[in-house]
Design a protein around this ligand. Structure first.
Ligand SMILES: [Fe+2]
Length: 94
């Protein structure tokens, strides 16, 4: 599956990553929270640290598309999410 990306400040599908004391918080998305309706929702969020998938959280309609991952910190961090309508998206921690 093609991995899509874009400007996190403009595109609501790009995962927005914030650092926590013990991990990272990922929100879909930053300009507006992505819908979570029966027909259009985020299926999962994955977190990758230093090139490895470290955790995955699954969602269903009605959930908030926000996840906190209590993981070891790394130097390269990105998240991916799957929208059931618009595909697979990646956002990097900056
Ligand atoms: Fe979508």
């Amino acid at each position: 599956m093609e991995i899509l990306t874009g400007n996190v400040n403009e595109e609501k599908h790009v995962p927005y990553i914030e650092e926590l004391e013990d991990g990272y918080k990922v929100t879909i998305g930053k300009p507006a929270i992505h819908p979570m309706t029966e027909v259009h929702y985020i299926e999962f969020i994955e977190l990758y640290v230093d090139g490895k998938l470290v955790d995955k959280k699954e969602f269903k309609p009605g959930d908030q598309p926000i996840a906190e991952f209590m993981v070891s910190k790394g130097s390269e961090v990105y998240a991916r999410e799957l929208c059931n309508v618009h595909g697979l998206w990646q956002g990097d921690f900056e």
